[in-house]
Design a protein around this ligand. Sequence first.
Ligand code: NAD
Length: 496
Amino acid sequence: MNAISKIRANYDQLFIDGRFVASSLGTEPVLNPATGENFGVAPLGGKEEALAALAAARRAFDEGPWPQTDRNDRADAMQRLLDKVRERKEEALTLMMLEMGYTALQAGFLFGLGETQCVKAIEIARKDPTKTLPFLVTPRPDGTNALGGALVTRDPIGVVLAITPYNAGFLLTLLKALPAMAAGNSVIVKPSPFTPLQTMLVADMVAELDLPPGVFNVVTGGADVGAILGSDPRVDMVSFTGSDKIGSQIMIQAAPTLKKCHLELGGKSPLIIRHDADMERAVMSGIFGFVHQAGQGCSLTTRMLVDNRIRGDFVAALSDAVSKLKIGDPFAQDTFMGPLIRETARERTAGFCARALEEGATLVLGGKRPEGLDKGFFFEPTIFDNVTNESYLGQNEVFGPIAAVVGFDTDEEAVRLANQSDYGLGGAIISRDAGTALKMAMKVRTGQISINGGPGGFHPDTPFGGYKKSGLGREWGEEGFNEYTEIKAISFPAGN
Ligand code: NAD
């Protein structure tokens, strides 16, 4: 069966104020990066639509009833959204494969992560956030004593603007909008112009929920639309996922009205392979670290710090394993890696290769367009050895399938190199000595780090986010849910 027949690939209306509305700018085609050809149509938003969404979201928050709705009723509505997500799983997966060029395995991974975190957010949304603080006895000047107490509770923030990147359109629309709405906020989603249909699919699902108008809105478009929304005083919080360069633009837009900025940004995450690592496990982690999503994952461990005693063996084993992986049509059963999102991303990746060679790194595998794949934006999985950590490749996020292997001699040096980065998003350690790995993990300055591949599945309670230039705040789990709330303290005397 043709993939396009499984999905709705044509939308000519945005979702604003509880209904589908035509955009003043009409529509634009949507490209499949595996073929370089258009496969769908999406509405193109502009200033007019941004202003309409701002007015609707503000009114929905200020006039209610959504923020005052009982939290269990809001959670029930979000459960109905999750039910729809599950019902339409096949469509969501197909759209991820068509719009982002991911394989079924990669799309399924993102879907599973989304499902786990939605279940968690709904569970948290049902809990009363109010905490009672201890009563205090406070002496008065007249010699008597006052008795008083306080509560700490949480309120929704207001209007949340969710700006999402191209590499996880469906996942991040859901994982920003669902917890934000569950907490009582109204939401405007501005997806990447490369992946609007994944967000329109979520709009399709939300439209069937009968939420109050204005609680959920979608405005497509590019940087101009993002900037109009992000600088508007009616937005209380921007939840942004994307590059650090645009993240700093978001802060500048937010500064005049002092909005809360929640930023999930880029990374150059280290994979530390100690001398005692299980080689098979190290290679598996290595493959996942740069071939998954064709290297277009924010926390992929593309910077591979390897003990010099085993570096030659590791590079040979990784190169041997990766050279056997099939690159090509994401819909073919045996394909392991699809294309990059656009030709510009392919050229940028090629540019990293040229610069790495100039800086003296050794090209072990890849470095060019794969033979026979002239259409679409494919690039071979590429391994560079003898990379210095300070080099351009050692320090900058490629967002393409390049592994940079850097050698080290001691555990202390490995930790120092891991931390010698402007980023601090993810990380991983492979070692048979779990205790030493844990001690090292404690010293690595990243928002998350796994040992020997992590727990084996998605842990629903772990928050996600970065140190340093990788971001501000956390998504997912309780910490992530609470980002969409304000903290309120209410104090009172005991008695009158
Ligand atoms: P990007 O920064 O180019 O764009 C992200 C979004 O911002 C898009 O919707 C874009 O239209 C919008 N935008 C662009 N300029 C804007 C402006 N001036 N004002 C307002 N909005 C603007 O990112 P991308 O290329 O789509 O995604 C890749 C990046 O995202 C990588 O750096 C990756 O590491 C990062 N990322 C981070 C995480 C995380 O959780 N930390 C997850 C996924 C992706």
